[in-house]
Design a protein around this ligand. Structure first.
Ligand code: ARG
Length: 571
C-alpha cells in the first residue's frame, strides 16, 4: 500500500543517515495541501538520539531518499518536519489498490507478530466481591490489546490472573465460619460475602487478634485443610459465575483463568530452587526475599515470616508457567500503575531465578478517580461495574427514545446496548492510559464529540448512503475527481489505517487508534457535507465517491472491532 511504500523509503533513508532503524514510521496526513500530502516527524524523534539539529537530520533523510515514482517533492518544514508531496496519479493507483485490499481477509491485519506467541493478563479481579467500576480499565484495555496483538499476527493466549488466593481468603473463611449463615449467604452470595469481609475488618479494628486468626486460616488453607478448601472452592465458583456475567456483557474472552490458587502447588519447589541457587535469601525475622540489583529498590518478599506465601510468590510461578508451559515470546500484564514497582521486582526476580526468556511488559494505566473520593472494598464502598453498565444502557435507551426512533422496541434495546457499552469502552480507551481516569457520566455517555456513538453514527451514515444507492455498487472504474481536496483527504486518511494499528500496538496505546478513527469520522463528515455523493448525472463520480464511503464504513467497523465496540447498521 502507498503508506507502506512511503514508510519503507523513509526507513531505508533513516538507516543510512543514522544507526537507527525505527520500527514504525509515523506519517501524518497534512490537512493543508500547502504542506504537502503527508508529513513525518522522524527527524525530530532522531534528534535527541543523535544530538543533532532536527532540520539538518531532515535534510539528510531527504537527500538519502532515491528518485522514485511516488514522491514528487520533499521539504523541511518548521522545527524539522519532512513534508512530502506525492504525484497525483499515485492516488488513483492507491485508491484502486485500497478498494481491492479492503475486500480481502487480510485487510487490517499485519504480520509483525507472525510466528510469535503473546500471553496477556488482564481483568484479574480479586474475587468474593462484586466487580467494581475500576475493573473496567484492565478488562477493556486488555481486550483491545488482545485484538491488536492478534491483528498483528501473534498467537494470543488470553490469561486472566484472578486473585483467588491469599490472606484475604483466610479472613473471609474465618468470617463466614464465625458470623456467617450459609443459608443467607447462598441466597445472594456476592453481596453477603462482601458484607462479611467488611465485618471482618470492622471487628479487627476493635480486636487485633482477628488478623492473626485470618492469617491462621489462610495457612490452614495452604496446608490443604479439607473443610476450608471446600468452602473456598464454593466461594471461588460463585464468584467466577458472577464475573462471567460481566465479562460476557463486555465481550471479554479468556483462554485461561487459572488464578493465583493454581500456582500454590508449585511454590514449595520454587522456593527450594531459589534458595539452592542463592537467589532467595533470608530477610528480616526469617522472611524469605529476593534482593534487587538496585540497592534503593526494596527486595521482593517471597515468603512471610509465618511461612505464608504472597501475591509475588504466586506471580513468580505464573511467569515460569507462561514460559515453560505456554511457550510465550511476549508477556503482557495490563495492570494499574500502582503496581509499577511490584512488576519491576517481579520481572527482575524471575530473571534472577532463570525462569524466563520472554519479553515482559507491564502495560500500566492510571487510577480511576471518583468525584466523591476513592473507593475501598474494605469499607464496602464501591461503584459496581454492573450498575455502570446498566445505567449506560438505560441512558442510551432514553436518548434513542428522545430522538423518536422508528425502531421496534427490541431493536431499540439492542441499539442501546451497543451504544451504552460502546460509549463506556470508548471512554476508557480513548484516554491516554498513562493519565488518571475521572469517572464522569456525562463524558462517558456523550453522544457527540469524540465518543463511540459519534463513530457508530458515522458508520451507520455510510451504510445508509450505500443502501440508497445499490445500483452504483457494481461500477468499478475508479478515478478521483481532479482537485477535490475532500476526496483526497479522505483517501489519505483511509490509507493511514494500517499504520494507525501499527502505532497503537507499538505503544500498547489503544487511544492512538481511537484518535485515528475519530479523525476518520470527521474527515468523512467534511467529505459528506461538502460533496454530493450520489449524482445521477455523473455515474463515474458517484461510483468513486460510493467506493470512498464504502471504504470508510469498512474501516470504521474494522477499527471499532479492534476496540471491542459493536456497530449497529442503523441508528
Ligand atoms: N488481582 C490483582 C489486583 O486486583 C491484579 C493482578 C494483576 N496481575 C498480576 N499478574 N499480578 O490487584
Amino acid at each position: 500500500m502507498l503508506t507502506t511504500e512511503l514508510q519503507l523509503l523513509l526507513k531505508k533513508a533513516i538507516k543510512q543517515v543514522s544507526e537507527n532503524e525505527p520500527e514504525i514510521i509515523h506519517l501524518e496526513e497534512t490537512p493543508n495541501p500547502e504542506f504537502g500530502d503527508f508529513a513525518s516527524n522522524e527527524a525530530m524523534k532522531l534528534s535527541k538520539k543523535m544530538g543533532e539539529n532536527p532540520r539538518i537530520i531532515a535534510e539528510k533523510i531527504i537527500a538519502a531518499i532515491p528518485q522514485n515514482s511516488v514522491i514528487k517533492k520533499m521539504e523541511v518544514a518548521g522545527p524539522g518536519f519532512i513534508n512530502i508531496w506525492l504525484h497525483d496519479e499515485i492516488f488513483n493507483t492507491a485508491f484502486v489498490e485500497l478498494c481491492k485490499l479492503i475486500k480481502s481477509q487480510s485487510f487490517g491485519h499485519l504480520n509483525t507478530g507472525k510466528g510469535k506467541t503473546a500471553i496477556t493478563d488482564s481483568s484479574h479481579p480479586n474475587i468474593a466481591k462484586p466487580m467494581g467500576v475500576h475493573h473496567l480499565l484492565s478488562t477493556i484495555i486488555g481486550q483491545a490489546i488482545n485484538t491488536l496483538l492478534s491483528r498483528s499476527g501473534y498467537t494470543v493466549i488470553r490469561d486472566n490472573y484472578i486473585g483467588d488466593w491469599g490472606t484475604q481468603y483466610g479472613k473471609l473463611t474465618y468470617a463466614i465460619q464465625t458470623w456467617g449463615d450459609m443459608e443467607t449467604i447462598k441466597e445472594d452470595p456476592i453481596p453477603e460475602l462482601l458484607k462479611l469481609y467488611v465485618q471482618f475488618h470492622d471487628e479487627a479494628e476493635k480486636d487485633e487478634n482477628l488478623l492473626d486468626k485470618g492469617r491462621e486460616a489462610f495457612r490452614k488453607l495452604e496446608e490443604g485443610d479439607q473443610e476450608l478448601n471446600t468452602l473456598w472452592q464454593w466461594i471461588r465458583d460463585v464468584s467466577i459465575d458472577h464475573c462471567e456475567q460481566t465479562w460476557s456483557r463486555l465481550g471479554a474472552i479468556f483462554d485461561i483463568k487459572n488464578g493465583e490458587s493454581f500456582y500454590e502447588k508449585m511454590l514449595t519447589d520454587i522456593i527450594a530452587e531459589g534458595q539452592k541457587k542463592g537467589v532467595i535469601t533470608e530477610g528480616n525475622e526469617g522472611a524469605l526475599i529476593i534482593k534487587m540489583d538496585d540497592e534503593n529498590k526494596p527486595p521482593a518478599i517471597i515468603r512471610k515470616k509465618d511461612g505464608a506465601t504472597l501475591y509475588a510468590t504466586r506471580d513468580l510461578a505464573r511467569v515460569k508457567y507462561w514460559q515453560d508451559e505456554l511457550n510465550g515470546d511476549l508477556g503482557i500484564n495490563v495492570v494499574d500503575v500502582a503496581q509499577k514497582l511490584y512488576f519491576e521486582q517481579l520481572f527482575e526476580s524471575a530473571e534472577k531465578m532463570g525462569f524466563t526468556k520472554m519479553k515482559h511488559i507491564h502495560v500500566d494505566f492510571g487510577r480511576m478517580a471518583f468525584p466523591e473520593g476513592s473507593m475501598s472494598t474494605r469499607k464496602g464502598k464501591v461503584v459496581l461495574l454492573e450498575d455502570v453498565l446498566d445505567e449506560a444502557e438505560k441512558q442510551a435507551l432514553q436518548k434513542i427514545k428522545d430522538h423518536n426512533s422508528e425502531l421496534s422496541e427490541d431493536d431499540q434495546k439492542e441499539l442501546a446496548r451497543k451504544l451504552g457499552i460502546g460509549a463506556i469502552k470508548y471512554n476508557v480507551l480513548s484516554q491516554s492510559r498513562n493519565k488518571n481516569y475521572t469517572f464522569d457520566w456525562d463524558v462517558m455517555l456523550s453522544f457527540d464529540g469524540n465518543s463511540a456513538p459519534y463513530l457508530q453514527y458515522a458508520y451507520t451514515r455510510t451504510q445508509s448512503i450505500l443502501r440508497k444507492a445499490p445500483e452504483f455498487k457494481t461500477q468499478n472504474s475508479l478515478l478521483l475527481t481532479p482537485n477535490s481536496s475532500e476526496e483526497r483527504s479522505l483517501l489519505k486518511k483511509l490509507l493511514n489505517y494500517e499504520p494507525a494499528i501499527q502505532r497503537s500496538l507499538g505503544e500498547y496505546k489503544p487511544n492512538l487508534l481511537c484518535t485515528y478513527l475519530y479523525e476518520l469520522a470527521q474527515t468523512f463528515s467534511t467529505f459528506y457535507n461538502n460533496l454530493r455523493v450520489i449524482d445521477e448525472q455523473n455515474p463515474q463520480t458517484t461510483a468513486n465517491r460510493l467506493k470512498l464511503v464504502e471504504s470508510t464504513g469498512y474501516i470504521l467497523k474494522n477499527g471499532l472491532e479492534i476496540l471491542g465496540i459493536e456497530v449497529p447498521d442503523r441508528m
